[in-house]
Design a binder for this molecule. Structure first.
Ligand code: SF4
Ligand code: SF4
Length: 314
Protein backbone atom coordinates (compact mmCIF):
# COMPACT_ATOMS: atom_id res chain seq x y z
CA UNK A 1 0.00 0.00 0.00
CA UNK A 2 2.80 2.44 0.87
CA UNK A 3 4.08 1.95 -2.68
CA UNK A 4 1.59 4.66 -3.63
CA UNK A 5 3.73 7.11 -1.67
CA UNK A 6 6.61 6.15 -3.94
CA UNK A 7 4.43 6.52 -7.05
CA UNK A 8 3.44 10.01 -5.90
CA UNK A 9 7.11 10.96 -5.44
CA UNK A 10 8.03 9.77 -8.92
CA UNK A 11 5.10 11.64 -10.49
CA UNK A 12 6.46 14.84 -8.95
CA UNK A 13 9.81 14.52 -10.74
CA UNK A 14 11.82 12.58 -8.19
CA UNK A 15 14.07 9.94 -9.71
CA UNK A 16 13.70 7.48 -6.85
CA UNK A 17 12.00 7.12 -3.49
CA UNK A 18 12.61 4.42 -0.89
CA UNK A 19 11.39 3.71 2.65
CA UNK A 20 13.63 3.35 5.70
CA UNK A 21 12.99 2.56 9.34
CA UNK A 22 12.74 5.25 12.00
CA UNK A 23 15.80 4.19 14.03
CA UNK A 24 17.99 6.97 15.40
CA UNK A 25 20.56 8.36 13.01
CA UNK A 26 23.39 7.67 15.42
CA UNK A 27 26.14 7.43 12.80
CA UNK A 28 25.20 10.85 11.51
CA UNK A 29 24.81 12.24 15.01
CA UNK A 30 28.17 10.90 16.17
CA UNK A 31 29.89 12.26 13.10
CA UNK A 32 28.51 15.74 13.59
CA UNK A 33 28.99 16.01 17.31
CA UNK A 34 32.76 15.74 16.85
CA UNK A 35 32.65 18.92 14.77
CA UNK A 36 32.59 22.48 15.96
CA UNK A 37 29.07 23.28 14.76
CA UNK A 38 27.83 19.78 15.50
CA UNK A 39 25.77 20.53 18.57
CA UNK A 40 23.80 23.04 16.53
CA UNK A 41 23.35 20.81 13.50
CA UNK A 42 22.66 17.53 15.26
CA UNK A 43 19.41 18.68 16.81
CA UNK A 44 17.06 16.12 15.23
CA UNK A 45 18.39 12.62 14.86
CA UNK A 46 15.69 10.72 16.72
CA UNK A 47 12.57 10.30 14.54
CA UNK A 48 10.59 8.79 17.40
CA UNK A 49 11.25 11.71 19.71
CA UNK A 50 10.56 14.13 16.92
CA UNK A 51 7.18 12.62 16.04
CA UNK A 52 6.07 11.14 19.35
CA UNK A 53 5.34 7.85 17.53
CA UNK A 54 6.80 4.47 18.54
CA UNK A 55 9.59 3.11 16.37
CA UNK A 56 7.46 0.32 14.89
CA UNK A 57 4.92 2.89 13.69
CA UNK A 58 7.38 5.01 11.76
CA UNK A 59 8.34 4.90 8.11
CA UNK A 60 10.67 7.48 6.69
CA UNK A 61 10.31 7.90 2.95
CA UNK A 62 13.29 9.40 1.17
CA UNK A 63 13.14 10.77 -2.36
CA UNK A 64 15.83 12.26 -4.57
CA UNK A 65 15.52 14.65 -7.50
CA UNK A 66 18.25 16.13 -9.69
CA UNK A 67 19.44 19.70 -9.08
CA UNK A 68 21.63 20.13 -12.16
CA UNK A 69 24.96 21.90 -11.83
CA UNK A 70 25.12 25.37 -13.30
CA UNK A 71 27.92 26.47 -15.61
CA UNK A 72 29.78 29.76 -15.30
CA UNK A 73 27.67 32.83 -14.69
CA UNK A 74 28.56 35.57 -17.18
CA UNK A 75 31.37 37.92 -16.30
CA UNK A 76 30.20 40.75 -14.06
CA UNK A 77 27.48 38.70 -12.36
CA UNK A 78 27.29 37.27 -8.87
CA UNK A 79 26.91 33.50 -8.70
CA UNK A 80 24.27 31.24 -7.16
CA UNK A 81 24.87 27.48 -7.08
CA UNK A 82 22.68 24.97 -8.93
CA UNK A 83 21.18 23.50 -5.77
CA UNK A 84 19.97 26.91 -4.57
CA UNK A 85 18.60 27.87 -7.96
CA UNK A 86 16.20 24.94 -7.54
CA UNK A 87 15.02 26.07 -4.10
CA UNK A 88 11.47 27.07 -5.01
CA UNK A 89 11.00 24.01 -7.16
CA UNK A 90 12.29 21.79 -4.33
CA UNK A 91 9.94 23.36 -1.84
CA UNK A 92 6.94 22.97 -4.14
CA UNK A 93 7.82 19.32 -4.73
CA UNK A 94 8.14 18.66 -0.99
CA UNK A 95 4.81 20.28 -0.18
CA UNK A 96 3.08 18.43 -3.04
CA UNK A 97 4.50 15.09 -1.85
CA UNK A 98 3.30 15.71 1.70
CA UNK A 99 -0.14 16.63 0.37
CA UNK A 100 -0.27 13.49 -1.78
CA UNK A 101 0.61 11.29 1.20
CA UNK A 102 -2.12 12.91 3.31
CA UNK A 103 -4.61 12.40 0.49
CA UNK A 104 -3.61 8.73 0.45
CA UNK A 105 -4.74 8.61 4.08
CA UNK A 106 -1.41 8.82 5.90
CA UNK A 107 -0.60 10.91 8.93
CA UNK A 108 2.65 12.76 8.39
CA UNK A 109 4.84 15.08 10.42
CA UNK A 110 5.59 18.29 8.54
CA UNK A 111 8.45 20.71 9.02
CA UNK A 112 10.85 18.14 10.43
CA UNK A 113 14.60 18.54 10.22
CA UNK A 114 15.80 14.98 10.00
CA UNK A 115 19.27 14.37 8.55
CA UNK A 116 18.20 13.85 4.97
CA UNK A 117 21.61 12.75 3.66
CA UNK A 118 21.87 10.08 6.32
CA UNK A 119 18.33 8.94 5.53
CA UNK A 120 19.12 8.74 1.81
CA UNK A 121 22.26 6.72 2.52
CA UNK A 122 20.24 4.38 4.73
CA UNK A 123 17.77 4.06 1.86
CA UNK A 124 20.57 3.00 -0.49
CA UNK A 125 20.08 6.01 -2.77
CA UNK A 126 23.76 6.88 -2.71
CA UNK A 127 27.00 6.83 -0.76
CA UNK A 128 28.63 9.27 1.62
CA UNK A 129 31.07 11.66 -0.07
CA UNK A 130 34.14 13.01 1.68
CA UNK A 131 32.79 16.47 0.81
CA UNK A 132 29.89 15.82 3.19
CA UNK A 133 27.32 15.23 0.46
CA UNK A 134 25.50 12.14 -0.65
CA UNK A 135 26.55 10.87 -4.05
CA UNK A 136 23.88 9.18 -6.15
CA UNK A 137 24.81 6.75 -8.93
CA UNK A 138 23.63 8.74 -11.97
CA UNK A 139 23.33 12.26 -10.63
CA UNK A 140 26.36 12.53 -8.37
CA UNK A 141 26.07 14.98 -5.50
CA UNK A 142 23.74 17.28 -7.48
CA UNK A 143 20.56 15.91 -5.98
CA UNK A 144 17.93 17.26 -3.68
CA UNK A 145 16.80 14.92 -0.92
CA UNK A 146 13.28 15.08 0.51
CA UNK A 147 12.29 13.22 3.64
CA UNK A 148 8.73 12.33 4.57
CA UNK A 149 8.03 11.20 8.12
CA UNK A 150 5.00 8.90 7.94
CA UNK A 151 2.97 7.38 10.78
CA UNK A 152 2.85 3.81 9.45
CA UNK A 153 4.68 0.54 10.17
CA UNK A 154 7.74 0.25 7.93
CA UNK A 155 7.19 -1.98 4.90
CA UNK A 156 9.28 -5.18 4.78
CA UNK A 157 11.74 -3.68 2.30
CA UNK A 158 12.48 -0.62 4.48
CA UNK A 159 16.23 -0.56 5.14
CA UNK A 160 17.49 -0.02 8.68
CA UNK A 161 20.54 1.40 10.48
CA UNK A 162 22.71 -1.57 9.50
CA UNK A 163 23.05 0.30 6.17
CA UNK A 164 24.09 3.62 7.69
CA UNK A 165 27.82 3.09 7.17
CA UNK A 166 27.80 3.26 3.42
CA UNK A 167 30.94 2.22 1.56
CA UNK A 168 31.88 5.85 0.87
CA UNK A 169 32.98 7.65 -2.27
CA UNK A 170 36.46 6.16 -2.58
CA UNK A 171 38.30 9.19 -1.11
CA UNK A 172 40.15 10.27 -4.25
CA UNK A 173 41.01 13.51 -2.43
CA UNK A 174 40.23 15.92 -5.30
CA UNK A 175 37.80 17.88 -3.13
CA UNK A 176 40.41 18.21 -0.39
CA UNK A 177 42.81 19.82 -2.85
CA UNK A 178 40.20 22.12 -4.40
CA UNK A 179 38.44 23.49 -1.32
CA UNK A 180 39.38 27.17 -1.06
CA UNK A 181 39.39 27.21 2.74
CA UNK A 182 40.93 23.80 3.40
CA UNK A 183 37.69 22.73 5.09
CA UNK A 184 37.84 19.14 3.82
CA UNK A 185 40.14 16.52 5.25
CA UNK A 186 40.09 12.76 5.45
CA UNK A 187 37.80 13.21 8.45
CA UNK A 188 35.16 15.04 6.41
CA UNK A 189 34.14 18.70 6.32
CA UNK A 190 34.96 21.24 9.01
CA UNK A 191 31.73 23.19 8.76
CA UNK A 192 33.16 26.02 10.77
CA UNK A 193 35.41 27.10 7.94
CA UNK A 194 33.29 25.98 4.97
CA UNK A 195 32.27 29.01 2.88
CA UNK A 196 28.74 27.69 2.56
CA UNK A 197 28.38 27.70 6.34
CA UNK A 198 29.90 31.16 6.57
CA UNK A 199 27.22 32.41 4.19
CA UNK A 200 24.72 31.74 6.98
CA UNK A 201 26.84 33.57 9.53
CA UNK A 202 28.59 36.17 7.43
CA UNK A 203 29.15 38.31 10.50
CA UNK A 204 31.54 35.62 11.76
CA UNK A 205 33.64 35.40 8.62
CA UNK A 206 37.19 36.60 9.22
CA UNK A 207 38.40 39.13 6.65
CA UNK A 208 41.12 36.76 5.49
CA UNK A 209 38.29 34.67 3.98
CA UNK A 210 36.79 37.54 1.99
CA UNK A 211 39.02 36.95 -1.05
CA UNK A 212 38.02 33.28 -1.05
CA UNK A 213 34.40 34.24 -1.64
CA UNK A 214 35.16 35.04 -5.28
CA UNK A 215 31.85 36.26 -6.71
CA UNK A 216 29.65 33.84 -4.83
CA UNK A 217 26.31 35.21 -3.68
CA UNK A 218 24.97 31.89 -2.45
CA UNK A 219 26.44 28.41 -2.53
CA UNK A 220 29.92 27.07 -3.07
CA UNK A 221 30.02 24.23 -5.56
CA UNK A 222 33.81 23.93 -5.79
CA UNK A 223 34.06 20.57 -4.03
CA UNK A 224 31.28 19.26 -6.27
CA UNK A 225 32.61 20.55 -9.58
CA UNK A 226 35.95 18.80 -9.08
CA UNK A 227 34.44 15.52 -7.90
CA UNK A 228 34.91 12.76 -10.48
CA UNK A 229 31.50 11.37 -9.53
CA UNK A 230 29.98 14.49 -11.10
CA UNK A 231 32.20 14.48 -14.18
CA UNK A 232 29.51 13.14 -16.52
CA UNK A 233 26.84 15.65 -15.55
CA UNK A 234 25.79 18.29 -18.03
CA UNK A 235 26.02 21.81 -16.64
CA UNK A 236 23.01 24.00 -17.31
CA UNK A 237 23.19 27.64 -18.31
CA UNK A 238 22.19 30.15 -15.63
CA UNK A 239 18.55 31.10 -16.37
CA UNK A 240 18.40 33.93 -18.92
CA UNK A 241 15.91 35.94 -16.85
CA UNK A 242 18.38 36.02 -13.95
CA UNK A 243 21.40 37.35 -15.79
CA UNK A 244 20.45 41.02 -15.63
CA UNK A 245 19.44 40.98 -12.00
CA UNK A 246 22.64 39.20 -10.98
CA UNK A 247 24.87 41.93 -12.41
CA UNK A 248 26.95 43.32 -9.59
CA UNK A 249 25.88 46.92 -10.21
CA UNK A 250 22.24 45.83 -9.75
CA UNK A 251 23.00 43.81 -6.62
CA UNK A 252 24.91 46.73 -5.10
CA UNK A 253 22.17 49.29 -5.69
CA UNK A 254 18.68 47.85 -6.03
CA UNK A 255 18.73 44.05 -5.99
CA UNK A 256 15.53 42.79 -7.57
CA UNK A 257 14.61 40.59 -4.63
CA UNK A 258 11.12 39.97 -6.04
CA UNK A 259 12.52 38.49 -9.20
CA UNK A 260 15.30 36.57 -7.48
CA UNK A 261 12.71 35.10 -5.13
CA UNK A 262 11.20 33.23 -8.07
CA UNK A 263 14.19 30.95 -7.53
CA UNK A 264 15.47 31.53 -4.01
CA UNK A 265 14.71 33.65 -0.97
CA UNK A 266 17.53 36.09 -0.30
CA UNK A 267 17.76 39.16 1.89
CA UNK A 268 18.77 42.52 0.48
CA UNK A 269 21.47 43.28 3.04
CA UNK A 270 23.21 39.96 2.66
CA UNK A 271 22.98 40.20 -1.14
CA UNK A 272 24.63 43.62 -1.00
CA UNK A 273 27.32 42.35 1.36
CA UNK A 274 28.21 39.46 -0.93
CA UNK A 275 28.09 41.74 -3.98
CA UNK A 276 30.53 44.13 -2.30
CA UNK A 277 32.97 41.24 -1.77
CA UNK A 278 32.40 39.96 -5.32
CA UNK A 279 33.12 43.41 -6.77
CA UNK A 280 36.39 43.65 -4.83
CA UNK A 281 37.37 40.09 -5.65
CA UNK A 282 36.94 40.72 -9.36
CA UNK A 283 38.81 44.03 -9.30
CA UNK A 284 35.79 46.14 -10.31
CA UNK A 285 37.21 49.60 -9.63
CA UNK A 286 34.39 51.03 -11.78
CA UNK A 287 31.96 49.93 -9.03
CA UNK A 288 33.84 51.79 -6.30
CA UNK A 289 31.34 54.71 -6.18
CA UNK A 290 28.46 52.24 -5.69
CA UNK A 291 30.37 50.47 -2.94
CA UNK A 292 31.30 53.72 -1.24
CA UNK A 293 27.65 54.76 -1.31
CA UNK A 294 27.02 51.88 1.11
CA UNK A 295 29.51 53.24 3.65
CA UNK A 296 28.10 53.70 7.14
CA UNK A 297 25.39 51.05 6.79
CA UNK A 298 23.65 50.23 10.04
CA UNK A 299 24.39 46.60 9.23
CA UNK A 300 27.82 46.04 10.76
CA UNK A 301 28.66 43.13 8.48
CA UNK A 302 27.90 45.15 5.36
CA UNK A 303 29.81 48.12 6.73
CA UNK A 304 32.85 45.94 7.45
CA UNK A 305 32.71 44.43 3.95
CA UNK A 306 32.47 47.90 2.40
CA UNK A 307 35.55 49.14 4.28
CA UNK A 308 37.49 46.05 3.22
CA UNK A 309 36.42 46.30 -0.41
CA UNK A 310 37.19 50.01 -0.68
CA UNK A 311 40.62 49.33 0.77
CA UNK A 312 41.24 46.53 -1.72
CA UNK A 313 40.05 48.44 -4.74
CA UNK A 314 41.93 51.62 -3.89
S1 SF4 B 1 36.20 14.50 -4.92
FE1 SF4 B 1 36.85 12.39 -4.49
S2 SF4 B 1 37.05 12.34 -2.24
FE2 SF4 B 1 35.85 14.15 -2.73
S3 SF4 B 1 33.71 13.49 -2.61
FE3 SF4 B 1 34.34 13.26 -4.74
S4 SF4 B 1 35.04 11.12 -4.91
FE4 SF4 B 1 34.96 11.64 -2.72
S1 SF4 C 1 31.38 24.08 -0.09
FE1 SF4 C 1 33.25 25.18 -0.72
S2 SF4 C 1 34.23 25.82 1.19
FE2 SF4 C 1 32.69 24.25 1.72
S3 SF4 C 1 33.80 22.32 1.74
FE3 SF4 C 1 33.01 22.55 -0.36
S4 SF4 C 1 34.65 23.62 -1.50
FE4 SF4 C 1 35.10 23.83 0.69
Amino acid sequence: MQSKIRDAALKLGNIDAQPVTGHNFDVWHNRWKTMSLGSYMASAYDPSKLSGWPLDEITIWVAIAPTPPIGEWPEGCGEIGGFYMCSRQREKRRVAWEKAAVELGYEIKSDVTLPERAAAIRAGLGVHGLNGLMIAPDYGSFVDITVLLVHAPPPPDARGPEHDLSPGCGNCGDCIKACPTGAISENGVDTQICLRSYMNWLENMPEEYYPKMGRRILGCDTCQHVCPKNAGLKREQPPADMIDCMKLEELLTKPDIDHISKYIKLYETSVKTQAVLAAANTGRKDLLPLIEALTGSEDKTLDRAVKWAVNQLK
